[in-house]
Design a protein around this ligand. Sequence first.
Ligand code: AHG
Ligand code: MN
Ligand code: MN
Length: 334
Amino acid sequence: MNGFITLGEFIVQRQADFPYAKGELSRLLSAIRLAAKVMNSQISKAGLVDDILGSAGNENIQGEEQKKLDVYANRLFINALKARGEVCGIASEEEEQSIIFENEAGVNGKYIVLIDPIDGSSNIEVNVSIGTVFAIYRRLSPIGTPAVLSDFLQAGRKQVAAGYVIFGSSTMLVFTSGNGVNGFTYDPGIGVFYLSHPNMQVPNDGKIYSVNEGNHAYFSPEVKAYIDYCKAIDIESNRPYTGRYIGSMIADLHRNFLKGGIYMYPASSKAPNGKLRLLYECNPMAFLMEQAGGKASDGRQTILDIVPEEIHERTPFYAGSSDMVDKLEEVLAT
Ligand code: AHG
Ligand code: MN
Ligand code: MN
């Protein structure tokens, strides 16, 4: 443990990073911290209580089956963020439209939050790591008015903070506010997140590739060529790489943050824009990746430079060690 610095203390210490924010961003992050603790408590009871596992019996806007935990986490994060009054609007994977807070605290809120409340929700059934991922922006519309769609459709480069919570062997909250990436591990016995991974750095190169190869038949020749490259023998460049695919983007990327590697969710003939959503999955992870010295790309351009057109838009996504993402882009361009 790193000198017993708690997440709360860390946020206070880093207040100076946000001279314009006057504690607002701290309150917002503390709402996320609280929701993460509640989630941790609920998730650790999965299998014991009825209302955690299984389908909620409906589909979200993307035609995906909603799990009970998707619905629960969505409400929890929305309510926790609304209660702090710093947020003027939220967009969530589980909500067709963005949620605009029209009460007085809401119209005066300066921040927009985009969130995937549960990432990897199919893994909850089998006791495998899942997560929550969020992106935070300053609004563009005038304070004192309800948020508008363009507040949500900002390029990822404009994020002021982003983070994820991973519910794994232990629960961690990892976040950036544009000054590096720091990871905090939760001690459930006393209900505190401690700084355990200060200044996280993604190794420039790695030995692990991560992709759902069940989709291989639907990938382009260029994507197949890169996967062949990963599997080819070349002692000098540590190939063949090891394959690892958890099926929770957050968990697969968390491993890349610590060990290096490349995570891929390519476009395919079945899913021409890939599966992952730009605004609340790829952008926050891309911001964290860059802040930790890694890279995130759609195969051609940096994820953070894409200007979004709609809240639930998808993009091919490649993220991890910078040398590996560079090589991927080189192979895709041939
Ligand atoms: P979500 O649970 O938020 O819908 O996201 C699931 C995503 C991502 O976490 C994961 O990497 C990917 O879907 C797995 O998809 P496949 O099963 O198609 O590999
Ligand atoms: Mn997801
Ligand atoms: Mn989700």
